[in-house]
Design a protein around this ligand. Structure first.
Ligand SMILES: [Mg+2]
Length: 206
């Protein structure tokens, strides 16, 4: 653990800090010349099969959303994320952003630059920015993620994960955060539990 931090929080970006689905919906609607309202919220976390996309079509649409619409630069932050992360950071929590955004080949420069620019533009504090697919390989004391596969993989390796509520992850057991205030509450409870476990000062010599 970093020397001054009381807890390392692993924070996912898409569906947790950033409204990936709204940005992707707008881009897919543009690409396919559709009314975005026809693209319903996905209730299954896959390659957007509920929008009629195959795995290959998803990969192509995602790449165009990144390189043509620059969605990683322009997508909306989810409500309260900046304030919540600042509050936790000010309490000594080490914010480690962990994202799988380099899943698409040939768009890495745009993805990395737009991600860093977006984090600055929306004033999200962080100490590390990790682009990695296999999230349990990145150490943290507590994680917050929306993808069922990630949450299950983390928990399977004994790593506690907060589920950030989305329609496609409602089948997972908690802890669950419906808002960023909920994330803060779970992390603060964990901090309080850790403080209680600190050894008491030794008694002075009689
Ligand atoms: Mg995510």
């Amino acid at each position: 653990m970093p020397p001054t931090a009381s807890l390392v929080l692993g924070v996912d970006l898409d569906g947790v800090c950033a409204d990936y689905e709204a940005a992707f919906r707008a881009s897919v609607a543009r690409q396919l010349d559709l009314d975005p309202a026809k693209l319903a919220p996905q209730t299954v976390h896959d390659s957007y099969s509920q929008w009629g996309l195959s795995a290959e079509a998803f990969e192509r649409a995602h790449r165009l959303a990144v390189v043509e619409d620059r969605m990683f630069r322009h997508m909306a932050p989810l409500p309260g994320v900046s304030e919540a992360l600042w509050r936790l950071s000010d309490r000594g929590v080490w914010i480690r952003i962990i994202t799988h955004r380099l899943c698409v080949n040939w768009a890495h420069e745009t993805t990395a630059a737009d991600t860093a620019g977006w984090l600055d533009a929306h004033n999200l504090p962080y100490r590390d920015l990790c682009f990695i697919g296999d999230k349990p390989d990145v150490g943290a004391d507590l994680y917050v993620d929306d993808a069922p596969g990630n949450v299950l993989a983390l928990r399977a390796t004994g790593r506690p994960a907060i589920v950030f509520d989305q329609p496609y992850n409602r089948h997972l057991p908690g802890p669950r955060a419906y808002t960023w205030d909920d994330v803060v509450a779970v992390v603060e409870a964990e901090l309080a539990a850790r403080e209680r476990q600190l050894p008491l000062p030794l008694p002075e010599e009689p």
